[in-house]
Design a binder for this molecule. Structure first.
Ligand code: DAH
Length: 339
């Protein structure tokens, strides 16, 4: 075979093969083209390679070089075609093509739990009335939960069935410890720590072994308030709670005191706020009993004080029209996300 004929056939093969590789549209057709042109045993390139032997010796090196060049180019064209079909096929099977004009996926932002949110708001309102925030432990001793609050050992409020006393290995702790049943404990802790005047609120969890229903839960929150100074009166208590009710529930929210009894206040009252036409009890209040002031080393002849304790869940539930306290602790985000 002449050198000219060889190179002409080589060129023709290159044109046919590169056209075939660039035009096939599925992997099976590409494989057929590969076998036809580059097949190792009977491919057309292989057939041409055999012709090399017949090229006149002076032109053989040149012919060999051209052959290798074409072979390299066709292998590259094949590789590109394989990549093109392979990647589009794989992409098609995995996901739809990316549309950069589509809106992005919204990232869910966390929110405060409605009770945490309520607590923040209560702190803010009471802060404006001059009350600072105090804190105390949730595991308490009997002195802070009962004794110093004028609740004697034989008082029914100390019944083990009405409290969460702590035990270790089946034995009640000695001295006894319990989950606090009221935030009034913080009154004692604050007054033990500092001399009067005192003007604090304490917001936190309290625990009682109540049957769970729409209005009861074994853990809930209270806002305790305490003000002790010279000449603090019941009028101060009522104005403070009235200002609080107006700030939290709305302008001119009327409040009402009903006579009641708590061991740590004298006189004692139940506090009702008017809401949606009815009176709702939100907690208790009163003038700090002189025995409590004496228990912490204050002089009841020098100072007087008022105290109150309101249910945080009640406030939150009224405000947001939540009918069942259990919703607050089910932790269903579809519910919680609404607030
Ligand atoms: N500690 C009472 C309770 O949990 C509520 C309460 C009543 C708190 C009167 C007070 C108060 O500070 O003066 O039922």
């Amino acid at each position: 075979m002449s050198f000219e004929r060889f190179t002409a056939e080589l060129d023709a093969l290159w044109r046919a093969a590169s056209q075939a590789f660039s035009q096939v549209s599925d992997p099976a057709a590409l494989e057929a083209a590969r076998v036809e042109f580059l097949g190792a045993r009977s491919g057309r390139l292989k057939a041409l390679q055999k012709m090399l032997a017949d090229i006149p010796p002076p032109q053989k090196p040149d012919a060999g070089r051209r052959f290798n060049q074409i072979k390299k180019e066709l292998e590259e064209a094949l590789r590109q075609a394989q990549q093109r079909l392979g990647s589009t096929a794989a992409a098609r099977s995995r996901r739809p093509p990316l549309d950069p004009t589509l809106p992005g996926t919204r990232v869910g932002l966390g929110k405060l739990h409605p009770i945490s949110h309520t607590i923040e708001e209560l702190k803010e309102i009471m802060g404006r009335l001059g009350f600072t925030v105090a804190d105390g432990p949730e595991v308490e001793d009997e002195w802070h939960n009962f004794e110093a609050l004028n609740i004697p050992p034989d008082h029914p409020a100390r019944d083990p069935l009405d409290n969460f006393y702590l035990s270790v290995a089946g034995q009640l702790c000695q001295p006894p410890l319990l989950l606090r049943s009221q935030t009034s404990t913080v009154q004692i802790r604050v007054m033990e720590r500092m001399p009067p005047p005192v003007r604090i609120i304490a917001l936190g969890r309290v625990y009682r072994p109540d049957e769970v229903d729409a209005t009861h839960y074994p853990m809930f929150h209270q806002m305790e308030g305490l003000m002790v100074d010279r000449h603090v009166t019941m009028a101060d208590l009522k104005s403070t709670l009235r200002l609080f009710a107006a700030a939290y529930l709305g302008q001119d929210a009327p409040i009402r005191f009903r006579p009641s009894f708590f061991p740590f206040t004298e006189p004692s009252v139940e506090v009702d706020f008017q809401w949606a036409g009815g009176w709702i009890e939100f907690g208790g209040a009163g003038m700090v009993d002189p025995a409590v002031l004496a228990a912490v080393g204050y002089d009841p002849e020098q100072v007087t004080g008022f105290a109150f304790g309101l249910g945080v869940e009640r406030l939150c539930m009224r405000r947001h029209q939540i009918p069942d306290i259990r919703e607050l602790y089910r932790n269903d985000v579809r519910f919680l996300r609404q607030f």
